[in-house]
Design a protein around this ligand. Sequence first.
Ligand code: XCC
Ligand code: SF4
Length: 629
Amino acid sequence: MTKKITPADKLTIWHDNQKMIEKARRDGVETVWDRFEQQTPGCKFCELGLTCKNCNMGPCRVSLKENGKMQRGVCGADGDVIVARNFGRFVAGGSAGHSDHGRDLIEALEAIVEGEAPDYPITDNGKLYRVAAELGIAVEGREAMDVARELVDACFADFGSRRKELGFVRRVPEVRRKIWRQHKVMPRGVDREIAEMMHRTHMGCDNDAVSTMLHSARTALADGWGGSMIGTELSDIIFGIPTPGPSQVNLGVIKADHVNILVHGHNPVVSEMVLAASRDPEMLAQAKAAGAAGINIGGLCCTGNELLSRKGIPMAGNHLATELAIVTGAVEAVVVDYQCIMPGMVQAAACYHTKFITTADKARFTGAIHISFDTATAAAQAREIIEMAIAAYGERDQSRVEIPVAPVDIVSGFSNEALLELLGGSLTPLLDAIKDGSIRGVTAIVGCNNPKFQQDSQNVVLAKELIKKDILVLATGCVTTAAGKAGLLSPEGSEMAGPGLQKICKALNIPPVLHFGSCVDNSRIIHLCGMIANALGVDISDLPVWGASPEWYSEKAVAIGVYCVASGIPVQIGTPPQITGSKLVTDIALHGMEELFGAAFLVEPDFVKAAEKMDERISSKRIALGLSA
Ligand code: XCC
Ligand code: SF4
């Protein structure tokens, strides 16, 4: 029997990626789609969340018995408990990812303060003082390094067990904090909530689905208003606040005549150094001596977003395009830190001359070259990486190079500070635009790709539908690349927006979709919601806002979704998490959270319908605020 091969245009909406899927097939490179097909159909029990491996009396899997009753695991746990426990651990995994990344930034700042990271600057002293003051640290007349030292301590303390409430929670309107205290979901310590989730989901602990779901909210809030927010704020202090500027996206940013280095993962601590080393005249001279026109750095996923937003470094692709970037045959090195790096990239790299270089001891890949990156020796290690890439350039087989498209121009790098500056220093013009209906609402479209969907079809459709309805869209994570490729990150993209949003975009010369950074930078968006709610004297759940993650795949995306909902921001998703085996847990996600937090999840895979439902809610929130629908 011959195997049916799905045409590439069914797998992705993008021409560049279609071309590379075809090339991968010719070159014998296995991609995420091939493996997805091998894994389909998935295990039904797992899809429903009804398997448990939390102890060695199991594993157990439960289903409805003939008498209509739910079976129980060996210990007696029913389907609701099993689903809630699995979901809780999923959220804990995502929160741990973001937050451990945040911790790495605290450690980097600590090393700077201790004089042990000579290659790293503090780029934004102003933000250092502002953030420190916000956290109650005395700043008047003090040296930056003293303030930074105290900020390091304050951030570390947020990870521990001594606090009753996290530092940045003071950015949340008091009404919301009251709700959190009342439901016992106020995040106390980042590591604490994650560890407590692991404890609660051990056999014989939290055997009540509602209780476990509430702790999921607490764990996720510790991510959003804790680990992620610390990650974002300290990254800004060290590397600078993002400001809008021109850049480019798609596989066309890879240059045939350059030494191409792609940075991938999430943490800017490594990639910023690689970028700096690539601009070192000595490195450039070496590249030229090897016959290259220069050294080109491109981004993938969120490390890409970090460099894109602060340095305007172009973005080669998002999650599902990461293997395809290697298939161009023109990538000398992929330098990764952690998260969302498909292990399959190592095999893809081995099919070409591409060096796959890992840098984090906590994210090792069998078959990769490992450079244990240390802030003390960062610049030298970054140069070592560049030299490896230059050497690999000599091994490149030009006959296998195919760069399928020309890059698309974008404007990227918005942040709350940049937005305020654009608005002349205060939120008032934005509030006025919301009040008069030019901007009817705001939606953050965030997150990933997932081979369950044609790549980026949903991300792009939803963004286009929303801007048509005068809803301003903020994009982070892998949606950035999708929006960019669709022309939505350029000021000309405002032609696709409704009349009100178009008018505002033209007046400010901004795109209808604003690139707000990486996945940890969703903390910027909840902070913005907090600022708007405070300015209007209402709760976040009163605002005409949404989150959406149409093509999400990761644990982190679920953590983001849950902290948004618990913060009062409803969230649309395209596929449900593995909870549908429990009616109770599903009801909590879709309805119960609305009662508790004034926001819930909407699972709607039809994106025109999703946009309509989102629009309806925006209208009703506007009316409740006394505004026109
Ligand atoms: Fe990962 Fe952040 Fe998702 Fe992209 S968007 S696939 S999580 S890189 Ni966060
Ligand atoms: Fe089975 Fe209970 Fe052990 Fe889970 S904790 S594997 S349901 S016995």
